[in-house]
Write a protein that binds this ligand. Structure first.
Ligand SMILES: Nc1ncnc2c1ncn2[C@@H]1O[C@H](COP(=O)(O)OP(=O)(O)OP(=O)(O)O)[C@@H](O)[C@H]1O
Ligand SMILES: [Mg+2]
Length: 331
């Protein structure tokens, strides 16, 4: 059932609200399409979707509601093929950069707490979309829904702003991600002792002996089956490979926030970022939103557009043409 095509699922995620996930997703989709890649942008901010407005789409014919309510059989049935005309002042949904598909978010009551079986069906269908890139614009927070969409993605862009609350949220989110992944892995190992210790390690205030991931590994190694479990932890940490996207940078000091969070995650979680990407504060973002036009079209020569193009090039350089092995394990 897994798509053998070269689909690369990229989660655009950030636990703090309003850090720029949707602005990045919409414009990155266009930047990748301009490079000739087939892209589908998916609004997975369930219950609070708005990616359509960032792409200039007013009345979408289909939304995720149609899929969730079984009005259509497959996810591909609700992909809207949008054409975006570069540089045109009369941008609307009938014009033309090709290669962009769009799945509009759903807003039916309860969709934010998608039932497990529905979520699995959605994940399965996402992996089967016949595109080069599937970009997931995720909601804020660290709910199971958000975390699971990140876990099935080959790449994730962890969006944060340089402010301390946003950085701390990002750190907590990464920790949640690791713990959820380990929980699944320990269950597969059938190692109940490791699962119990993992549960304890979640609460470092109560159990300060688990303050750092390295402490946790040492403790795990001493239990029965601990060597296998500790190897799994190391492998999980190594495979996580998050990419940090520091958005709305205003000053040189802001740029240092990326290093600060890298140091924090390295020391306490044992996780290395693949890269720290920078996007600066740019008034063209707000202007474009007010006109319901993507920045890549509204102001293609802006600093924001050029930085988004650089991020697209980064993704293209690392374009992974393998079958989604992660999905194989989780679905
Ligand atoms: N680089 C930037 N420069 C200036 N403004 C920006 C930048 N990035 C985002 N913004 C502004 O931040 C606001 C929030 O952006 P956006 O909706 O993309 O965030 P979000 O993370 O998707 O929010 P939510 O968590 O609510 O889904 C918007 O008004 C947008 O104009
Ligand atoms: Mg958003």
């Amino acid at each position: 059932m897994i798509n053998k095509n070269r689909v690369e699922i990229v989660a655009v995620v950030g636990p703090k609200g309003g850090v720029g996930k949707t602005s990045i997703s919409a414009n990155l989709a266009i930047a990748l399409a301009k490079q000739g890649k087939r892209v589908v942008a998916v609004d997975l901010d369930l219950g609070a979707s708005n990616l359509n407005t960032f792409l200039g789409i007013r009345n979408p014919k289909y939304t995720l509601d149609d899929f969730v309510l079984n009005k259509v059989g497959k996810l591909e049935d609700i992909v809207l093929e949008i054409n975006v005309k570069g540089g045109s002042p009369t941008f609307n949904n009938e014009t033309s950069i090709d290669n962009i598909g769009f799945i509009c978010g759903g807003n039916i009551p309860g969709i934010a707490n998608l039932h497990y079986s529905k979520k699995m069906k959605l994940l399965r269908n996402l992996s089967m979309l016949e595109y080069d890139f599937v970009l997931l614009d995720l909601g804020a927070g660290a709910s199971h829904n958000v975390v699971d969409f990140v876990l099935v993605s080959q790449k994730n862009l962890l969006v944060t702003t340089p402010e301390v609350p946003s950085i701390l949220n990002t750190y907590s989110f990464l920790k949640t991600l690791v713990f959820r992944k380990l929980n699944i892995a320990f269950k597969e190992l059938n190692n109940q002792k490791a699962i119990d210790l993992l549960e304890k390690a979640k609460d470092v205030d109560k159990n300060p002996q688990f303050k750092k991931m390295s402490d946790f590994i040492t403790i795990i190694e001493s239990i029965e089956g601990g060597v296998e479990a500790s190897q799994l932890i190391r492998k999980t940490l190594l495979n996580l490979k998050p990419t940090m996207l520091l958005n709305r940078i205003r000053t040189v000091n802001d740029e240092k926030a990326g290093i600060a969070i890298q140091n924090l995650t390295r020391e306490y979680l044992g996780i290395e970022f693949v890269k720290i990407l920078h996007v600066h504060e740019d008034s063209c973002v707000g202007n474009a939103i007010a006109r319901m036009r993507p920045v890549m079209i509204d102001n293609p020569l802006s600093i924001f557009a050029s930085q988004i193009n650089s991020i697209a090039m980064f993704l293209l350089r690392n374009f992974n043409s393998s079958v989604n092995m992660v999905l194989k394990r989780y679905i």
